[in-house]
Design a protein around this ligand. Structure first.
Ligand SMILES: *[C@@H]1O[C@H](CO)[C@@H](O)[C@H](O)[C@H]1NC(C)=O
Ligand SMILES: *[C@@H]1O[C@H](CO)[C@@H](O)[C@H](O)[C@H]1NC(C)=O
Ligand SMILES: *[C@@H]1O[C@H](CO)[C@@H](O)[C@H](O)[C@H]1NC(C)=O
Ligand SMILES: *[C@@H]1O[C@H](CO)[C@@H](O)[C@H](O)[C@H]1NC(C)=O
Ligand SMILES: *[C@@H]1O[C@H](CO)[C@@H](O)[C@H](O)[C@H]1NC(C)=O
Ligand SMILES: *[C@@H]1O[C@H](CO)[C@@H](O)[C@H](O)[C@H]1NC(C)=O
Ligand SMILES: *[C@@H]1O[C@H](CO)[C@@H](O)[C@H](O)[C@H]1NC(C)=O
Ligand SMILES: *[C@@H]1O[C@H](CO)[C@@H](O)[C@H](O)[C@H]1NC(C)=O
Ligand SMILES: *[C@@H]1O[C@H](CO)[C@@H](O)[C@H](O)[C@H]1NC(C)=O
Ligand SMILES: *[C@@H]1O[C@H](CO)[C@@H](O)[C@H](O)[C@H]1NC(C)=O
Length: 673
């Protein structure tokens, strides 16, 4: 009937026509009624008009919207009547009169006389004060109550639980305090409940499990604590659940897995712990899952994702998730927004392209930044328009499709600025037992020489040959360890001349007491070692070896050395003892010379070797020709042949001439003299 409003002329004339309008309206209603019914309708009409006028004055509404002399059912903005009785009031966005805004109050007592009112919308109309009990006790037919952005204070009165016809209740964006009353659980017809962005405290009432018709529940941005009640498993009609921005703790509510209609689930910004429950895998309608900024841990279960094939948005950032991203993520055909940043995920980049389907990948966003992903960039990333992979350990080249589009800061990528430094990258890859491509530059186990004068090619060849010899010497040296290990009792009297293998060999332990340190170089103090390596700064770290870290150091006299910090008490026990023992037994001028040792410190044993400025053999073998002329060139085939011959010679020595014979076992570092 408010449709009559459409006629502007009527509006202009409404003062004159007011009574005529009422008569016309009532005539319609009276057509089929008795005199008594007509009397009743008329008196109700007048009572409601009086009630509305009282509301107008208690709230300070303007006559612009509610003109005093016209028919409220016909001409008042925001009033909807049925059969001559008010059913809807919408004062949303109204302004108050000047007097009304001087002392605004939440004063709506007269609503009690609007006995057929089903909807009251006062959103964005300031109602400072608490929700009056009159609403709960006397506006019994209310189905929709919208009080968003009304500056309401105080607690939600228990009496709101008496509005058992309520279908939609919006109280968000106010300053409501106190706990959420249990009584809300009585609103069994409720479909939408929005209590978000208030300052509510306490627990979520378990009575909410009775809100079986609830389809949308938003309690985000409050101070709710405790857990999500078990009874939530009964909310089978729930489609939207937002509990983000509270202080909810405990593990994630696995019972939600029961709600197969759930489309949006936001549990972010809480204090949830534990893993993503596999029960979430039953949420087959789920499109949005947000659990960011919690304290979640563990690996993602692939099973969980295999049936979430409607999932579009997956937000896991700022947790403590670990492990690989499961392969099943690629079975999420609709996934267009995926944020797993700021976790401890690792592994190669996941394949997120649904099987065989490469089309239409021009939208969406992928954020895997601040994790520990490694390996190369993959073409599957093209699925997303925005890709942030910064703060990982990705290596290799930046592909064309990524150029200028992806965020790739702080990785281990080649030819790019703002990447991690070589130490960080090498350390990470070593800790994972992986090979780092060293930014595409052949890896020098030992740093290249600082002086870059032109080198005589013969010298290079000689170096390579000797290096080759060293290779096989080393192979053999390591091999002997196996034998030494097996024949420990029979070899105790062997002696050597104090020259030994390169660092980072795996050797079996032998008792310290049996070790004769004479002929094994100088004894250094721990202080000297610290001073030489600058307290083991990362800058001096050459490599993480399997049995200890290898540092470059400068002794007091200015001599550059290599210092190996042998792991103590780790898997390979007493590496230094075994290694020193070995140096006593094996003698060959082409082994890396051992200069000394430092055994005085409980927590670290150190071996000091001569510094080999040309790096190791494998670097030279794989060195590319396009490097600057000053460095070593890739080796030609004559050189390589000589290396092989020299190495064979050395091998022969190890197998047949030295006692006991050494057998090849393991090679890691070979150095060029
Ligand atoms: C509301 O109705 C009560 C009786 O039910 C009456 O006493 C009161 O005056 C009415 N108020 C208004 C504003 O009409
Ligand atoms: C209006 O009248 C119709 C028919 O008499 C009835 O079905 C309906 O419930 C009435 N509406 C209200 C709000 O009283
Ligand atoms: C409520 O009233 C406002 C302002 O008159 C209007 O913009 C809005 O469309 C109304 N809302 C409804 C649901 O009728
Ligand atoms: C209340 O009015 C506002 C403004 O017009 C509108 O956006 C909102 O949807 C209305 N509330 C309900 C429950 O219809
Ligand atoms: C409100 O609900 C409670 C519990 O159902 C009931 O005892 C009480 O009488 C109701 N109050 C009113 C005014 O309807
Ligand atoms: C729940 O909602 C459906 C439709 O949305 C309605 O038919 C049913 O009556 C409601 N149940 C209750 C208890 O309100
Ligand atoms: C949940 O609520 C918060 C705060 O009210 C809001 O920022 C967020 O977008 C909501 N989540 C979803 C999925 O709508
Ligand atoms: C990742 O794990 C390391 C230890 O392994 C820990 O120090 C770090 O805080 C973790 N980072 C995150 C974001 O959980
Ligand atoms: C990715 O996530 C990080 C941290 O969560 C954030 O700082 C960054 O802005 C995000 N990147 C994009 C492109 O949104
Ligand atoms: C493919 O892209 C078009 C427009 O770019 C979009 O309308 C459509 O929804 C997309 N289809 C899928 C399956 O994402």
């Amino acid at each position: 009937m408010r449709n009559y409003n459409n006629n502007n002329n009527k509006n202009n004339n409404n003062n004159n026509n007011n009574n005529n309008n009422i008569v016309a309206l009532l005539l319609l209603l009276f057509f089929n009624s008795t005199i008594e019914q007509q009397q009743e309708v008329l008196s109700r009409f007048r009572a409601e008009r009086a009630a509305l006028l009282q509301l107008r004055s208690s709230l300070g509404l303007r006559s612009k919207e509610w003109p005093i002399k016209s028919n409220h059912c016909v001409n008042w903005v925001g009033i909807i009547c049925q059969n001559g009785t008010v059913v809807n009031i919408n004062i949303s966005g109204f302004k108050r009169t000047r007097i009304g805004s001087e002392n605004p109050r939440f004063s709506v007592d007269s609503l009690a006389n609007l006995t057929n009112l089903v909807s009251f919308n006062a959103s964005r109309f300031t109602l400072p004060g608490s929700i009056p009990d009159v609403l709960g006790f006397q506006v019994q037919k209310l189905q929709v109550l919208d009080l968003r952005f009304c500056q309401i204070t105080g607690a939600i009165p228990f009496s709101v639980g008496n509005l058992t016809d309520l279908v939609e209740l919006y109280l968000s964006d106010n300053a409501l305090t106190g706990t959420v009353p249990d009584s809300l659980g009585r609103l069994s017809r409720l479909s939408v409940l929005d209590l978000s962005r208030n300052t509510l405290t306490g627990f979520i009432p378990s009575s909410f499990g009775s809100l079986v018709n609830l389809s949308s529940l938003d309690m985000s941005l409050n101070y709710l604590s405790g857990d999500v009640p078990e009874s939530f498993r009964r909310l089978l009609n729930l489609r939207f659940l937002n509990l983000s921005g509270n202080s909810l703790s405990s593990s994630l509510p696995a019972q939600l897995g029961n709600i197969s209609n759930l489309i949006v689930l936001d549990l972010g910004y809480n204090s949830f712990t534990g893993t993503l429950p596999v029960e979430f895998g039953n949420l087959t309608s789920l499109q949005t899952l947000v659990v960011k900024n919690n304290m979640l841990t563990g690996n993602l279960s692939g099973d969980m994702f295999s049936s979430l094939n409607k999932l579009e948005t997956l937000v896991l950032n700022h947790n403590n998730f670990t492990g690989n991203l499961p392969d099943e993520l690629r079975s999420l055909p609709a996934l267009s927004f995926f944020d797993a940043s700021n976790n401890n995920f690792t592994g190669l980049l996941p394949n997120l392209v649904p099987n065989g389907n490469f089309t239409n990948f021009t939208s969406g966003a992928l954020n895997l930044s601040h994790n520990m992903f490694y390996g190369n960039l993959t073409p599957v990333l093209r699925r997303f328009r925005s890709v942030d992979l910064s703060y990982n350990y990705l290596q290799g080249k930046e592909p064309d499709y990524a150029r200028g589009v992806f965020s790739l800061n702080r990785n281990c990528l080649r030819n790019m600025t703002t990447q991690r430094n070589v130490q960080e990258c090498a350390t990470f890859y070593a800790s994972k037992g992986l090979t780092f491509d060293n930014f595409g530059v052949p890896e020098d186990t030992l740093p290249p020489p600082r002086d870059s004068h032109n080198r005589n090619k013969k010298w290079i060849i000689l170096a390579a040959v000797i290096g080759g010899v060293g290779l096989f010497v080393l192979i053999a040296v390591i091999a002997i360890l196996v034998i030494v290990c097996c024949r420990k009792s029979r070899t105790s009297s062997q002696r050597g001349n104090g020259v030994g293998p390169a660092p980072a060999v795996i050797v079996p332990p032998s008792p310290m007491a049996a070790l004769d340190l004479s002929n094994l170089g100088d004894s250094f103090t721990y202080q000297q070692i610290l001073a030489a390596t600058g307290d083991f700064t990362d800058v001096n770290l050459v490599k993480h070896g399997h049995s200890g870290d290898i540092f470059r150091g400068v002794l007091e006299g200015g001599v550059t050395v290599i210092i190996k910090r042998c792991d103590v008490g780790s898997g390979a026990k007493d590496v230094h003892v075994a290694e020193l023992d070995l140096f006593r037994k094996v003698s060959h001028p082409r082994l890396v010379p051992l200069l000394g040792h430092c055994l005085e410190n409980e927590n670290g044993k150190f071996l000091v070797y001569k510094y080999m400025p040309n790096g190791d053999l494998s670097s030279s073998l794989y060195r590319k020709n396009d490097l600057d002329d000053d460095g070593l060139q890739s080796l030609d085939w004559i050189t390589r042949l000589k290396i092989a011959l020299g190495a064979a010679e050395a091998l022969s020595y190890l197998h047949h001439e030295c006692t006991p014979p050494l057998v090849h076992r393991y090679v890691k570092y070979i150095f060029l003299f």
